[in-house]
Design a protein around this ligand. Structure first.
Ligand code: PLP
Length: 418
């Protein structure tokens, strides 16, 4: 049984203050999880989690993670501005972008961020910066398929990211020539995986790569970036990843490969997004309409514009009807939004208790890649974001959009002579 982090009575109080729909975040859950991650990697002196800003780009959330010792991973100038506003400084910022403009690299460098190059041709852009960064990280793409004990996890050969093995050597040679002093290696080879084997397998691959690259090029390596990819159990049948076991698995690979190679000072860093936030966000909506045709539909005041994952990837998001947690799940519904687009469905053929109009609907695991993937299709407005604080109080951490926000970028009135 998946339980919401908020009970029905508390939720009714919150909804009396903040009209649905909105995203609700659990400060306590976020903090406890971040602490557990740091405990799992406490064996590594330089460990740092750079939270992937794109997952939950809200300054209050970023500030909570900052207090817990995290940095941020940005990919665009706007995300860098957000990081800067929250007070992240220099090496607390990782810049892992792709197809990047010179302006974005310049902005990252002016903030002192660690720049993670996606491609060999990025080296020309580094050469154009006002000064040459001391540290550069390089993103590796091994091509082919990425497997863990014979199970295919993903297909890096089809992914647009990273450099080939020979390109890594060439990038290092060129960057050494420019005066870069320290290097990092990065790869992101599987997304949303709850297997405890992913990070240790990736770590082994990257540790061997660093050992070999150091031998081949003489470059000094200071960090290995395991990036994101640790998943969460969206479906009740899934087991959560065991972060302590994952930390030990990486430590084992570290002691086996890096320590004997004289690389025992290397820092492990991560760019987790989903793992840090997904379970600690709920999309709170109200059942506003019902419709019975060939199937039974419940219409919410939220839509795919507030949570795109089901429409985009067919993702499962668990649903709880507040106050009916223990009622028999003897009705079958499609739970939908009101976009004029038939993929706007939060759940299809879902067994749920009987839903009445006005019921509060809790959509689970929306804390990462939820609000942030939102859009304005059909003139739907982005929702508010509310923080449920550790002391039980709530805070509006982003107001809902208004029609004025929607119209703000438009040229109106339309000139009479087009
Ligand atoms: C999206 C992304 C992440 C975070 O991924 P999660 O699956 O949320 O952990 C980390 N690094 C990079 C470069 C990314 O693009």
């Amino acid at each position: 049984m998946k339980k919401p982090f908020v009970d029905a009575n508390t939720l009714r109080d919150i909804v009396a203050t903040y009209p649905t729909p909105f995203h609700l975040y659990d400060e306590q859950g976020i903090r406890e999880n971040a602490r557990k991650l740091h405990q799992a990697f406490a064996w590594n002196k330089g460990f740092k989690e750079y939270f992937a800003v794109k997952a939950t780009p809200n300054p209050t959330i970023l500030a909570i993670l900052k207090e817990e010792g995290c940095g941020v991973d940005c990919a665009t100038a706007t995300e860098l501005m957000l990081a800067d506003q929250v007070g992240f400084k220099g090496p607390e910022i990782m810049f892992s972008s792709n197809m990047t403009s010179l302006e974005d690299f310049q902005q990252a460098h002016s903030l002192g961020a660690i720049i993670n190059l996606d491609d060999l041709t990025d080296v020309e852009y580094i050469a154009k910066l006002e000064t040459i960064p001391e540290t550069i990280c390089l993103r590796y793409n091994p091509g082919g398929q990425f497997s863990i004990s014979n199970e295919i996890m993903d297909t890096p050969g089809e992914a647009k990211y990273g450099m080939t093995r020979p390109q890594l050597n060439q990038a290092i040679e060129e960057l050494l020539g420019l005066g870069v002093k320290k290097f990092g290696i990065h790869a992101f080879l599987a997304s949303n995986t709850t297997t405890n084997e992913y990070y240790p397998t990736l770590a082994k691959l990257l540790f061997e790569l660093v050992r070999d690259l150091q031998e081949e090029t003489g470059a000094f390596f200071s960090l290995v970036n395991l990036s994101g990819g640790i998943g969460v159990p969206y479906h009740p049948s899934q087991e959560p990843a065991d972060i302590l076991a994952i930390g030990s698995g990486v430590e084992e690979a570290y002691n086996e490969i890096l320590v004997p190679a004289g690389l025992g000072d290397l820092s492990i860093v991560a760019e987790l997004g989903r793992f840090m936030l997904a379970p600690y966000g709920h999309l709170i909506a109200t059942a506003v309409r019902r419709k019975d045709i060939y199937k039974n539909y419940i219409g919410l005041d939220a839509s795919a514009a507030n949570l795109m994952r089901p429409a985009m990837y067919g993702s499962y998001h668990h649903i709880t009807i507040a106050g009916k947690e223990n009622a028999p799940h003897d009705h079958i519904y499609d739970v939908v939004g009101g976009l004029c687009e038939n993929n706007d469905k939060f759940a299809i053929n879902r067994k749920l208790p009987e839903i009445e109009l006005g019921d509060l609907v809790i959509i689970h695991d929306t804390g990462a890649h939820g609000f942030s993937m939102g859009y304005n299709y059909n003139g739907k407005l982005r929702s508010a974001e509310v923080l449920l604080k550790s002391d039980g109080s709530t805070e509006l951490i982003r107001r809902a959009e208004t029609p004025e926000d929607y119209f703000a970028t438009l040229k109106l009135p339309v000139s009479s002579r087009l």
